[in-house]
Design a protein around this ligand. Structure first.
Ligand SMILES: [Zn+2]
Length: 225
C-alpha cells in the first residue's frame, strides 16, 4: 500500500468501527424499549398519611426528583390536612384507599365494617380531590373472602414486596432506612416499596433522597400505580 493512503485507511477503519459500535448500541436500546424487560421498575408507596410536615417534605423531594409515587390515604388524618391531600392529587401522584380510621378493632369487626371503612375513605378522597380511588391497601391484611368483596367493589388491591423498615426497625436512622430499602428490594422486579408518611415518620422523609439515589444508580425507573 502506498504510504499516502495509510492515513485515509486508518480514518476509514476508525469510522467503520464507530459505526458498528453505535449500531449495536442502538439495537440494544431499541430492544430494551421494545420489550421493557431490562428496565427494572420501582413503585414508591406511602401509607398512613397525609401528615402536614412529613408528607409535605416527601412531596417536595418527589417534585424535585420528578418522580410520581402512590399514596394510600387514611381519611381521618386527611380531614385536618385537606390541603396536603389536594396537593398530592394536583402534583399527579396516585391516590388509593388505606382506611378511614386505621382502627383494626373497628375495621375488622365484620365484612360490612370493612367495606364501610373503605367507602368512607373513598368518599372523602372523591370530595376533596375529585378522584374516585381505584386502589386499595389493607391496613392489617385480609383473607380471601374480604379480598373478593373489595375486588367486586372495583378496587385493585396493592401489596408490597420490599420495606424501608420505618415500622419494623425501632428509632431507625435515615441511613438505616435507606440500607433496609436496598436490602429488601434486592433482586426484585418490580419493586413495590412500603414507606410511611404519618407525622412520626420524619426519618422516612430524611431517607428518601438516598433511597431514590440508590434505585437511580441501579438504573431503575420510578412508577406509580
Ligand atoms: Zn397503615
Amino acid at each position: 500500500m502506498q504510504k499516502r493512503f495509510i492515513p485515509a485507511v486508518l480514518v476509514l477503519s476508525v469510522l467503520l468501527a464507530m459505526f458498528v459500535v453505535c449500531g449495536l448500541q442502538m439495537e440494544r436500546t431499541r430492544a430494551r424499549f421494545a420489550t421493557g424487560a431490562e428496565v427494572r421498575r420501582v413503585y414508591l408507596t406511602f401509607d398512613d398519611g397525609p401528615s402536614t410536615v412529613v408528607t409535605g417534605r416527601i412531596l417536595d423531594i418527589l417534585k424535585k426528583e420528578d418522580i410520581k409515587a402512590t399514596f394510600f390515604i387514611v381519611s381521618d388524618m386527611a380531614r385536618t390536612r385537606q390541603e396536603t391531600l389536594s396537593r398530592i392529587a394536583k402534583e399527579g401522584h396516585s391516590i388509593g384507599v388505606h382506611s378511614a380510621s386505621h382502627d383494626y378493632a373497628r375495621i375488622y369487626a365484620s365484612d360490612e365494617a370493612l367495606l364501610s371503612d373503605i367507602d368512607e375513605c373513598a368518599a372523602y378522597i372523591l370530595q376533596v380531590t375529585g378522584i374516585k380511588p381505584r386502589l386499595y391497601r389493607f391496613p392489617g391484611g385480609g383473607h380471601e373472602r374480604q379480598k373478593e368483596l373489595i375486588r367486586e367493589r372495583g378496587y385493585t388491591i396493592i401489596g408490597w414486596n420490599a420495606v424501608c423498615g420505618d415500622e419494623e426497625i425501632k428509632d431507625a436512622t435515615a441511613w438505616e432506612l435507606s440500607q433496609e430499602a436496598a436490602r429488601t428490594s434486592k433482586g426484585k422486579d418490580p419493586v413495590i416499596l412500603l414507606l410511611h408518611d404519618s407525622a412520626r415518620h420524619r426519618a422516612t422523609a430524611d431517607a428518601l433522597p438516598a433511597i431514590i439515589a440508590h434505585f437511580r444508580e441501579e438504573g431503575c425507573v420510578f412508577c406509580a400505580f
